[in-house]
Every structure is written in C-alpha cells, then in structure tokens.
Ligand binder design. Structure first.
Ligand SMILES: C[S@@+](CC[C@H](N)C(=O)[O-])C[C@H]1O[C@@H](n2cnc3c(N)ncnc32)[C@H](O)[C@@H]1O
Length: 301
C-alpha cells in the first residue's frame, strides 16, 4: 500500500520511516488495538497504522488545532481550496509582502488555514517557532507556489486526513508527553514515541534535554505495554550517547536514511536512525530480505 501523506509538512516528518514501522509491527505479529502517539507531529505515522482507536497528542498547539479543526469539521477540503486559491492569487500579485502579512496574522490569531498556507509557502516546509512562540520561517520566494495542481494535491491530502480523523475513534490532545504515558495503558496498546532528537536542532516547541529523555525512559520502562521509540543512532561525526546510557537494554534496529534538513548540500547529513522497541521481533533476519529497500544493518537485543 502506498504511504498516505498528510497535508502538513515538517522537517521531522517520518513518512520514510513508516514502511519500516509497519514492517516491525508485522514481524512482531502486532496489530495494535490502540495506538498512542504522544509526539504526533504531522500525524503521518498514525495515518498509516491501522488500529481500533488512537490517542494522539503534541505540545505544539498549532498542529493540534489544525487536526482537531479538521476532525470537528470546522473546515473541509472545500474550504481549504477556496482559501488557498484566494491566498495563492494574492501571493502571486503581492509577493513576499503577502506571505509576511499572513505570518503576522497567524502569530496573533493562530488560524489553522493560515498555518496551512504558511507551511506550504515557507522555506523548505519547515515548522519553527522563536523564543516568543512565534512562527518565524521565511518565505520560500516562489510567488507562483500555489498552482491549481498544487492546491489539488494539498486538498486531496486534507480530504484523506479528514476521513481518517472523522471515521476512526481518535482522541487528539495538546499536552506534554508526561500527561499521556501513565502506566495504565492496556496490553494491546502500542506507544510510538518520536520526540525531538536529543542533542540536535531545537526550537520553541522542540526543546529536548537529558531531563526529558530520562523522564521518557522512566515512563516507557514503567508502562505495561509495548513501545517503539524513534531516535538517531549516529552520524559521520558523533554517536547518540543516550542509546548506550539509557536504551541499550531494548531491541535496537538501525537503518541509513538520507535526512533533508536544509536546502544546501552542506546541511544534508547522512544520519543513521534507530527504532528502539520492546516488541518481540520474531524473525531477527527480517531486515536482510529488505536490505535494498531499508538498508538496515544491525539488530541487537
Ligand atoms: C520529531 S517531531 C514528531 C514528528 C512526527 N513523528 C511526524 O512524522 O510528523 C517531534 C514532535 O514532538 C513535539 N514535542 C516536543 N516536545 C514535546 C513534549 N515535551 N511533549 C509532547 N510533544 C512534544 C513537537 O511539537 C514535535 O511535533
């Protein structure tokens, strides 16, 4: 099945990791009844994992508002089309001035459609907020960004995401992960955690330090159910020391992934991602069959 792509983009989006997570669940013979995702971000992972119910949350209120508004039918893909057609036209006519006008309006009102526009007209589809909590990504400098085909593509993504959110049992909350993982999870739950990568780039909603990593470790350790944690393993220059410090007693699966963080080649870094899990991996050589596709080279338990 092709991976469904959400309408919101972000530098940390895990679309490329979805097949790997699906494969891991399949290999561990797990079809989660309940999928808990305390760092939902763009929602791409939940969107592609079948479950009976979902608990999705994030600390970033703008992501949460966007998906909650879609779920409660506050706006539809039709409304989004109308909005993007008109905003795209003004962007064509007024150029970057219009982008910055919307950015300012968004920073005072938090309107979800402004968020969508900015997310699709900003530099590299990044989501970044400054110390005051204001969206501060510059314009991508493409005045003709919103072609008819591009708007249709975004609206199709909104329509699919809306069906997912409206026709499934899904709770969406804006909160810290500590308020979600509480040790009372039922056995048939799988918790998927994709926190900001420790020791890497951070912004207002992505501050992450040793205290957070340790708190997450303690909560997952105390949970009665299985978890999958995404993190980075190493790059050319250094290793993630917390793998050794905190996570080495769990199964660790690594894989190469070309990670796009910036527009320049210098900013592009080959980094090895890791999935850390308590799932019972049945077939320890399952990755080698997929080596071409996934380039996974190590499992340790
Ligand atoms: C790497 S991103 C998740 C990306 C997501 N898996 C995706 O594919 O789009 C990390 C997310 O964690 C959220 N976050 C950061 N600190 C948090 C905290 N203490 N509690 C809950 N969410 C947090 C950020 O707002 C961000 O959306």
């Amino acid at each position: 099945m092709p991976i469904l792509i959400p309408p919101i983009k972000s530098q940390g989006i895990k679309s490329k990791l979805v097949p790997w997570i699906q494969l891991l669940l399949h290999n561990a013979h797990r079809k989660p009844q309940r999928w808990v995702e305390p760092f939902m971000g763009t929602c791409v992972v939940a969107l592609n994992i079948p479950a009976k119910s979902y608990v999705l949350s994030d600390k970033n209120p703008h992501l949460v508002r966007f998906y909650k508004s879609l779920q409660s039918k506050e706006f539809s893909h039709h409304a989004a089309r109308k909005f993007l057609l008109s905003a795209g036209e003004r962007l064509r006519e007024e150029g970057e001035e219009y982008y910055y006008f919307v950015r300012e309006r968004f920073n005072s009102s938090g309107n979800p459609l402004d968020f969508l526009f900015l997310n699709r007209a900003c530099f590299n589809g990044m989501i970044r907020f400054n110390k005051k909590g204001n969206f501060n990504v510059p314009f991508c400098r493409k005045e003709n960004r919103f072609s008819a085909a591009y708007i249709t593509k975004i609206c199709n993504q909104i329509e699919k995401m809306a069906s997912f959110l409206q026709y499934n049992d899904i709770k969406i909350n804006c909160c810290d992960f500590r308020d979600v993982i509480d040790g009372n999870e039922e056995k048939d739950t799988v918790i998927y955690c994709d926190p900001p990568y420790i020791d890497r780039h951070a912004d207002y909603y992505n501050a992450w330090d040793e205290k957070d990593e340790k708190a997450l470790h303690a909560l997952l350790l105390g949970s009665k159910t299985n978890f999958i944690l995404s993190t980075w393993h190493h790059n050319k220059f250094r290793r993630n020391v917390y793998i050794e410090k905190l996570w080495s007693t769990f199964s660790i699966i690594t894989r190469e992934h070309f990670y796009h963080v910036g527009a320049n080649l210098q900013n592009r870094n080959t980094m090895t991602e890791a999935l850390i899990t308590t799932l019972n991996i049945q077939n320890k050589s399952f990755m080698s069959k997929n080596q071409d596709q996934y380039n996974i080279f190590n499992i340790s338990t």
